[in-house]
Design a protein around this ligand. Structure first.
Ligand SMILES: [Zn+2]
Ligand SMILES: [Zn+2]
Length: 428
C-alpha cells in the first residue's frame, strides 16, 4: 500500500495498468494517508493535479479530493512552492507536452516525492507519447492488477480496448488489433508477457533474474538466454566470439556462470528462435525445441528488442529482460523505456549509494585523468557494458550513487528551477 510515510528522498513512483484496474484506488490510499498529516488549501504540502481527459465524470477531483485541472506542465510547475513536499498527478498519459518529463525530473531532483498515475499503452498496445520517458525516470512502479473483463476469463488484464463504446481491460489473449500476430501453435496454453528486471549498476539485477531460470529448470521447461555480442564480461578472454556463439553471464557475488547466445540485434534473436539462421546445426535444433521462455541480459544494448517483444507476447512467448534503467547521465537507456511500458511486472533493484549509503538509483561514471579517477563529463560517450571486471583497455569506472550524490559535470541546467525541498514536518 502506498503511503507518504516513507523515506524522504526525492523519488518518482509510476502507477500504471490498463483501464479500470484500480489506479485511482492507489491514489485514494495515498491521499488518505496524506490528509491526516497536512492541511488542505493554499498552504498544503501536497499538490494534486489531473489532466482534463482523465476521469471526465469528476471534473476538478481525484478520488474525491480537489485537484488542479490542467493540461499544462508549466501551470503545475507554477503551483510548486518551497513547501510542496509531494506532487500527485492523475492521467499522466494524457500530457502530450514533453515538458511533463522535465517537470517530473526536476521535482525529483529537488527532493520532492512525485506520484503519477495513468495507462502506459493505448488501444493498440502502442505507448502514450511521454510514458516511456516517464517510466524510465521512475524509482518504483505499481502495476495494477485485475482480471480480464471478458466473461469467464480469469486471466490478468494487461491491455485496454474500446469494445462497443465501453473501455475494457483485457488479457493478452482477448486483446485484438489489426496486425496482431497469431498464437504460436505449441504455445497455445501459454500466456505471453514480459518481466523486466531493472536498476542501476551493481544492483544485483541478474541474481533475481537467475531465480526465474532455476524455477523453469526445476520444472524441466526449456528456455534460452541471449546477450549482446559486444558484452564480453565473464566469457573467455582473448577469444573471438561470433554471432550465435555461446559466451557466459556471470554474477557480482558468485562464481556461477550461465551460458548465453551472442546476438547483435533483436532480429538475430528472432532468427535463432524461428530456426532461420542459415546455420544447419542451430536451425535443426530450434525446429525440435518448443521454446517459449526467452531471457535477455542487458536489454538496453539490443536494437529492435521492443518491437519484437510487443509482437511476440501475443504468440505466447514469455520474456525476462534485465537492463539499466538510466544511463550515467540519468537519461533513458536504449529501448528500456519502450520495454517498461509493455511489462507485466517490473522489479526495480537498488544498490546502495557508495557515498551516503542511501538507496542508489544511478550509475556514477568516472574517467581516468592521469592517475586520478574523476566524475565523467556530461558530454562524454554513453555508458559501455563493463564495470568491475571489464577488459583492461576500458578506462571507465562506475559506482552506485543516489540522485543527490551523483556528479555529472556540465549537465544542462534543469528547465524548471525549483528550490530544494527541506522536510519541516516530522512524520512518525
Ligand atoms: Zn481474457
Ligand atoms: Zn548518496
Amino acid at each position: 500500500m502506498l503511503s507518504l510515510r516513507e523515506p524522504r528522498n526525492g523519488r518518482l513512483v509510476t502507477i500504471t495498468g490498463p483501464v479500470r484496474s484500480g489506479k485511482t484506488t492507489h491514489l485514494e490510499q495515498l491521499l488518505n494517508s496524506a490528509s491526516v498529516i497536512w492541511d488542505k488549501g493554499p498552504n498544503s504540502n501536497i499538490l494534486l493535479a489531473k489532466h482534463p481527459n482523465d476521469d471526465v465524470k469528476s471534473p476538478g477531483k481525484v478520488a474525491g479530493y480537489d485537484a488542479l485541472e490542467t493540461s499544462s506542465p508549466d501551470e503545475i510547475a507554477s503551483h510548486v512552492t518551497p513547501n510542496t513536499e509531494a506532487v500527485i498527478i492523475s492521467g499522466i498519459n494524457f500530457y502530450e507536452d514533453k515538458s511533463i518529463v522535465n517537470l517530473l525530473q526536476d521535482l525529483v531532483l529537488r527532493n520532492r516525492r512525485v506520484y503519477v498515475a495513468g495507462h502506459a499503452l493505448d488501444w493498440n498496445a502502442n505507448p502514450f507519447p511521454n510514458m516511456p520517458a516517464i517510466m524510465a525516470l521512475s524509482d518504483d512502479f505499481i502495476i495494477t492488477k485485475a482480471p480480464c473483463m471478458i466473461d469467464s476469463c480469469q486471466l490478468q488484464a494487461t491491455r485496454s480496448q474500446k469494445l462497443e463504446g465501453e473501455s475494457m481491460r483485457l488479457c493478452i489473449k482477448h486483446h485484438a488489433f489489426e496486425g496482431r500476430p497469431d498464437h504460436k501453435h505449441y504455445l497455445i496454453d501459454q500466456i505471453g508477457g514480459l518481466e523486466a528486471f531493472v536498476g542501476s549498476m551493481y544492483a544485483s539485477k541478474t541474481t533475481v533474474w537467475r531465480q526465474k531460470m532455476k524455477e523453469l529448470s526445476a520444472n524441466r521447461i526449456d528456455y534460452e538466454v541471449f546477450k549482446w555480442i559486444k558484452d564480453k564480461r565473464y566469457s573467455e578472454r582473448n577469444k573471438q566470439y561470433g554471432l550465435y556463439d555461446t559466451g557466459f553471464i556471470g554474477f557480482n557475488n558468485s562464481d556461477e556462470k550461465i551460458p548465453a547466445v551472442y546476438i547483435k540485434t533483436a532480429e538475430d534473436m528472432v532468427r535463432f528462435i524461428d530456426g532461420n539462421t542459415g546455420i544447419r546445426e542451430i536451425d535443426e535444433r530450434s525446429a525440435k525445441r518448443r521454446l517459449g521462455h526467452i531471457f535477455i541480459d542487458e536489454g538496453q544494448f539490443i536494437e529492435g528488442i521492443a518491437d519484437v517483444v510487443r509482437a511476440r507476447v501475443y504468440q505466447g512467448y514469455k520474456f525476462y529482460i534485465t537492463g539499466l534503467l538510466r544511463t550515467a547521465k540519468m537519461e533513458p537507456f536504449g529501448e528500456i523505456p519502450k520495454l517498461l511500458v509493455l511489462a507485466d511486472s517490473i522489479d526495480v533493484m537498488h544498490g546502495y549509494c557508495e557515498r551516503c549509503g542511501r538507496e542508489a538509483s544511478e550509475s556514477q561514471k568516472f574517467t581516468k585523468m592521469g592517475d586520478e579517477w574523476v566524475p565523467s563529463d556530461y558530454y562524454e560517450d554513453p555508458i559501455k557494458p563493463g564495470g568491475k571486471e571489464d577488459d583492461d583497455e576500458v578506462v571507465d569506472r562506475y559506482e552506485a550513487r543516489c540522485r543527490h550524490c551523483i556528479e555529472i559535470p556540465n549537465r544542462p541546467e534543469p528547465k524548471y528551477r525549483f528550490e530544494r525541498y527541506y522536510p519541516t514536518v516530522s512524520l512518525r
